[in-house]
Design a protein around this ligand. Structure first.
Ligand code: FAD
Ligand code: MLT
Ligand code: ZN
Length: 453
């Protein structure tokens, strides 16, 4: 029996006797454990232990993060949430789901679909990423345009702090203005402020009618005009407006053997509508497509209403990341910009790098003003990297953009934080980190810059 230092006085509970053990063994045959070695892991409060031993901890979900945040830099202990995968509650009136942090996003989606609900976020990594990882990175994804960010849909969190304290903010209320909204601090904190162990999240109803359209445009300007037109004509049923350029299409064809569903164009758009009335949605979509075609904003297109074709069209956008990994070593940039400027960065980067890069591609979440700029080289190439950075960050800052729209800073981008945040803000982040994790054991070398002491 342990008597931890600073433990409160024992309350007058009975002591376990041999009779008690016999009783439990009778009702739980073979499942009563008394062997001290076997019980060791259940008795140790691991974060309290790590804090007292000054051991560094790297929280890990599905390990799909793209900025080097989910893997140790030296010998940090990997704390995986993979076994914390239980759904705790679901309220079918409010649509509020509560679950452990290690639930895989796609499993949550399947669970909800049977109950006529969906998750408010969706991303290409859905088969592997965990909801805890999604919250820790404040993942954006393909539906943010419609359902907003996790800062709005996450209603509560349970978090274990660096010293082992459990912070129970697992509320399931839509409105709660009692003091500071502490859970917001952990959304997007990339495992540096606490370990998220449970999440409650507000889920939308499953739409009764979903359509996906794949369109081709001659210029990025036409793609933006098409966006404006579709916002006006599709209104409340628009749930995604995503793009990829012809270089992405070439990589999808070459490496994944995915054929172009329409004729070759410089730019492609995936539009999704989600609504409650197939006839109403179909009419709106038809009118929009007619207008886009007759005004020559769009060159070619195809529409999907049934599941398998919807999936196939979405693959053209969701699998760009995978196609890139087959092309060579990829330098990835995840930039927020005023929407009119997002493709200019790709054009300027191509011109700036000339034939030093194997490919320079652009794709992303147009509806959110979020460009994914990727530069591929046959192998890791420090000279190429020196040509890309700080060029890309300076370009972004000139346009008042953000150097990380949705992937976070992790290990790879942490030292560039000052391009997007003033030094007072970064210093305040350092103070918050020091207050919540005074020994700095949680995900060291991540998110905050090296020069912050
Ligand atoms: P991990 O990769 O394991 O961890 C990411 C970070 O969160 C690390 O810093 C880790 O320490 C921390 N962390 C993980 N779990 C916890 C926890 N329980 N408590 C505290 N900290 C924790 N991102 C987008 O935003 N939008 C996209 O559209 C998108 N699409 C993607 C598509 C593909 C094909 C891939 C490979 C990645 C994509 N990503 C996208 C990036 C990534 O999937 C997301 O960032 C995802 O949310 C990470 O979840 P994860 O469980 O894999 O976390
Ligand atoms: C995406 O939108 O596809 C993701 O954020 C992944 C990536 O940037 O490659
Ligand atoms: Zn993305």
């Amino acid at each position: 029996l342990r008597s931890p230092a600073a433990a409160p006085d024992r309350l007058p509970f009975s002591r376990i006797t041999q009779e008690d053990l016999d009783f439990f063994r009778k009702i739980l045959a073979g499942r009563v454990i008394t062997d001290p070695d076997l019980l060791e892991s259940s008795n140790v409060d691991w974060l309290k232990y790590c804090n007292s031993r000054n051991l560094a901890v790297n929280p890990q979900g599905g390990n799909t993060g793209l900025v080097g945040g989910s893997v140790p830099v030296y010998d940090e202990i990997i704390l995986s949430t993979a076994l914390m995968n239980n759904i705790l509650t679901f309220d079918s009136i409010s649509g509020i789901l509560t679950c452990q942090a290690g639930c895989v996003l796609e499993n949550l989606s399947h669970y909800l679909e049977e109950k006529d609900y969906i998750m408010p976020l969706d991303l290409g990594a859905k088969g592997s990423c965990h909801i805890g990882g999604n919250v820790a990175t404040n993942a954006g994804g393909l539906r943010l345009l419609r359902y907003g960010s996790l800062h709005g849909t996450v209603l509560g969190l349970e978090v274990v702090l660096g010293d082992g304290q459990v912070l129970d903010c697992l509320a399931t209320l839509r409105k709660d203005n009692t003091g500071y909204d502490l859970k917001q601090l952990f959304i997007g904190s990339e495992g540096t402020l606490g370990v998220i162990t449970a999440v409650s999240i507000l889920c939308p109803r499953k739409p009764k009618s979903v359509n996906v359209v794949f369109l081709g445009c001659e210029t990025f300007e036409q793609l933006l005009k098409t966006f404006q037109l579709c916002r006006g004509m599709l209104g409340e049923i628009l749930s995604a407006y995503e793009f990829l350029d012809s270089e992405c299409m070439r990589l999808l064809n070459t490496h994944l053997k995915l054929p172009n569903p329409i004729s070759d164009c410089p730019f492609y758009v995936v539009i999704e509508t989600s609504g409650s009335d197939p006839k109403h949605d179909g009419e709106k979509l038809h009118n929009f497509l007619e207008e886009a075609m007759t005004s020559s904003l769009v060159t070619d297109g195809t529409v999907a209403t049934e599941d398998s074709k919807i999936k196939a069209l979405w693959s053209m956008r969701e699998r760009v990341t995978e196609a890139l990994t087959h092309d060579g070593f990829t330098y990835k940039y995840d930039i927020s910009l005023p929407v009119e400027q997002i493709y200019q960065l790709v054009t300027d980067m191509r011109e700036h790098l000339g034939d030093r890069a194997k490919s320079v591609v652009g794709y992303g979440h147009v509806g959110d003003g979020n460009l994914h700029l990727n530069v591929v080289s046959p192998a890791k190439d420090p000279a190429l990297l020196a040509a890309i950075e700080p060029f890309v960050y300076e370009w972004t800052t000139r346009c008042h953009g953000s150097i990380s729209a949705e992937h976070g800073l992790g290990l790879k981008k942490r030292n560039y934080i000052y391009y997007s945040k003033p030094s007072q803000a970064v210093a305040l982040m350092g103070n918050i980190k020091a207050m919540l994790d005074p020994k700095g054991i949680l995900n060291p070398y991540k998110t905050l810059p090296d020069n912050l002491k």
